[in-house]
Ligand binder design. Structure first.
Ligand code: NAD
Ligand code: XAI
Ligand code: MG
Ligand code: MG
Length: 347
């Protein structure tokens, strides 16, 4: 473990330098890693593991679109692609990567294949933390571990192909074999993580649900919409409103933040912009802080989990989701965005 100073707080993290790929391959050389589910994380993690030289098989329902997708990605039926129960039977490490709601109905079938000494791997603390709602209580004689990439499975794969990596958290809920730690770290390195930081299942799910509902996805859309609507109501054109709300942020300013932090981005803007941003950011913080408190409490009380399970277990879940996504896509702001994207010089 490398001890790193994160803004005055020291944390132990695992880097690829201290835990190289060869070591990960050595730790997992006798394991069969069964990836159950081929949605977003499934493809990203399994393809990275396969390309890194691990022994990987996929479990999917036959006659499904995702089975066909797995075949298109080079998984071979009967050799590396199986029905869910068969893959779980063959795997010594079972990576449970169905949707969080989907894991509930498949749990009895997976549990049956969890013989002593196997490892049960999640990419979220959801199922175990909210076990009063999911019924996921692993047997005592298996390792229960987690690697949660901090980003989309699509990004995990893209960054891997670009020779980079997404940071991931890891956690051990149960160490039945004495090997849980080396197994989870080796898997974290194998799926293509940048660096790994340790957490526990509850902290992982509380922070993850807060982040995706907050600044990463929910809050950002909310604040975009509020500014865009204000500009439009004051007579600004869609082009002006979209550029001033979204396009400049994603194309110009966020890459600067990613490179060297917020102060450096500010320093590369005009003194006029700096003055205004420095005056206004605390007002936005204070205005939204109560909403974040409400959000975190809702996560901690299990209300967000209940809402996700309830909504994502409906048979017409996909159709309803598509309707809601359509509402976003067809809003004037994102229609303007579509036009703006087509006008990018490299489009
Ligand atoms: N999406 C991400 O980028 C991301 C990032 C970090 C962690 N995670 C976590 O990783 C896990 C997998 O997430 P995901 O987004 O890849 O999942 P997903 O929602 O895309 O679903 C994965 C697969 O599960 C299948 N599935 C769902 N319900 C099913 C059921 N009842 N029976 C059989 N198959 C079913 C879907 O068809 C899909 O192939 C989750 O725990 C999630 O919270 C996801
Ligand atoms: C990619 C995210 C938002 O980080 C993940 O948490 C998810 O649930 O998809
Ligand atoms: Mg999440
Ligand atoms: Mg996340």
């Amino acid at each position: 473990m490398a001890t790193i100073n994160f803004g005055g707080v020291k944390e132990d993290v695992v880097t690829r330098e201290e835990f190289p790929m060869e070591k990960a391959r050595e730790v997992l050389k006798d394991e069969t890693i069964a990836i159950i589910g081929y949605g977003v994380q499934g493809p990203g993690q399994s393809l990275n593991l396969r390309d890194n030289g691990f022994n990987v098989i996929i479990g999917q329902r036959k006659d499904s679109k995702t089975w066909d997708k797995a075949v298109a990605d080079g998984w071979v039926p009967g050799e590396t692609l199986f029905e869910i129960e068969e893959a779980a039977k063959r795997g010594t490490i079972i990576q449970f990567l169905l949707s969080d709601a989907g894991q509930i109905s498949l749990w009895p079938a997976i549990k049956q294949q969890l013989t002593a000494g196997k490892a049960l791997y999640f990419s979220h603390g959801f199922g175990v933390t909210y076990n009063d709602q999911t019924g996921i209580v692993p047997p005592k004689d298996v390792d229960v571990i987690l690697v949660a990439p901090k980003g989309s499975g699509t990004s995990l794969r893209r960054l891997f192909l670009a020779g980079q990596g997404l940071n991931s958290s890891f956690a051990i809920f149960q160490d039945a074999t004495g090997r849980a730690r080396e197994r989870v770290i080796a898997l974290g390195i194998g799926v293509g993580s940048g660096y790994l930081f340790e957490t526990d299942f509850k902290k992982e799910v509380f922070s993850d649900l807060t982040g995706e509902r907050g600044t990463l996805m929910g809050a950002i859309q909310g604040i975009f919409a509020a500014q865009y609507e204000t500009l439009r109501s004051k007579g600004h054109s869609p082009s002006e409103a979209f550029n001033e709300t979204v396009e400049e942020l994603t194309q110009s300013l966020m890459p600067l933040v990613a490179e060297n932090g917020m102060d450096w981005m500010y320093a590369n803007c005009s003194t006029t912009a700096q003055r205004g941003a420095l005056d206004w950011w605390k007002k936005f913080r204070d205005a939204t802080k109560p909403v974040f408190e409400e959000l975190y409490n809702s996560v901690a009380e299990g209300k967000e989990a209940a809402r996700s399970i309830e909504s994502n277990s409906q048979p017409d879940y996909r159709e309803k989701l598509n309707e809601e996504l359509k509402e976003l896509r067809e809003s004037e702001m994102w229609q303007a965005g579509s036009a703006v994207r087509k006008l990018r010089p490299n489009a």
